[in-house]
Design a binder for this molecule. Structure first.
Ligand code: CAA
Length: 254
């Protein structure tokens, strides 16, 4: 992982506990490392890939926990386990997400449901159990990883774009509800970042249909999203809530 130049934020957050869902790989892995380097006590959740999660734990020293964010009770139990081990969750990064791309005329109900259940309902399942504690303590940071494709739509992603647009609506609503309780809630909309998810796009589509639309002329780096998260989690970002932060290399202005 690329080192972070975030010393400005270190020190004030030593005891804060952060959960990063889908936090052992891709953008989530970079977020977990970024928060750890900024001084947080990090729990990275993952859904299925034990081998990669254990390798991540060995490499970074970050605690990993296995549960499925699309299952409400699994989230309740997983969060309770993290809080027992590390303490109350003050920062929640809802990053876990999947794609099941298909043109709408070919999309199966199962593909629709799987993506909505993980990428949208997963935010409810994770945020609902930590919300009362954040309200009681008068502090919280919820950072939702949406997507450029939730802002603009995307061929082959009716399910994903709908979920990611829903994440933005939920972000704004929770920002309004949380503001008086010291809880900020923001969304980050990454563009095309160089992760396994994006590299799974057919090469011809990626090279001919997507890359030419990115004015900076490259895919983003996971660490570029992680730095946004570390800032939004910090005390310095206390006046920012309900925002949608686009990090997409100029591909879409929203
Ligand atoms: N942008 C523009 N055109 C696209 C496109 C895209 N993202 N995806 C597909 N197309 C075009 C194809 O180029 C093709 O056009 P031509 O016939 O003119 O060549 C047409 O749509 C049909 O595509 P396919 O021949 O590939 O049709 P298919 O049914 O075999 O597959 C598909 C459809 C599953 C959607 C496949 O094209 C695909 O995976 N596309 C990529 C979709 C995409 O952008 N997903 C984003 C994943 S990354 C992510 O989600 C992270 C994030 O937040 C940004």
């Amino acid at each position: 992982m690329v080192a972070f130049l975030l010393s400005k934020y270190q020190g004030s957050v030593m005891s804060r506990v952060a959960i990063v869902t889908g936090g052992t790989r891709g953008i989530g892995g970079a977020i977990s490392v970024g928060l750890k380097e900024a001084g947080y006590s990090v729990a990275a959740s993952y859904a299925g890939n034990d081998e990669k999660a254990n390798a991540f734990k060995a490499e970074t020293g970050i605690a990993v926990y296995k549960w499925d964010v699309s299952n409400y009770q699994a989230c309740v139990d997983g969060i309770a386990q993290v809080e027992g081990d590390l303490g109350p969750v003050e920062v929640l990064v809802n990053n876990a997400g999947i794609t099941q791309d298909a043109m709408f005329h070919k999309m199966l109900p199962e593909q629709w449901n799987a993506v909505i259940n993980t990428n949208l309902t997963g935010l409810f399942n994770m945020t609902h159990p930590v919300w009362p504690g954040m309200r009681d303590r008068g502090f919280g940071r919820v950072i939702n990883i949406s997507s450029i494709n939730g802002q603009k739509g995307q061929m082959g992603q009716a399910n994903y774009a709908a979920a990611k647009a829903g994440d933005i609506g939920m972000t704004k609503t929770l920002a309004a509800e949380g503001a008086a309780k010291g809880i900020t809630v923001n969304a980050i909309c990454p563009g095309y970042i160089g992760t396994e998810m994006v590299r799974a796009v057919p090469e011809k589509v990626l090279n001919e249909r997507i890359l030419p639309l990115i004015p900076v002329g490259r895919l983003g780096e996971p660490e570029e999203i992680a730095r946004c998260v570390v800032f939004l989690a910090s005390d310095d970002a206390g006046f920012i809530t309900g925002a949608t932060l686009s990090a997409n290399g100029g591909q879409y202005f929203a």
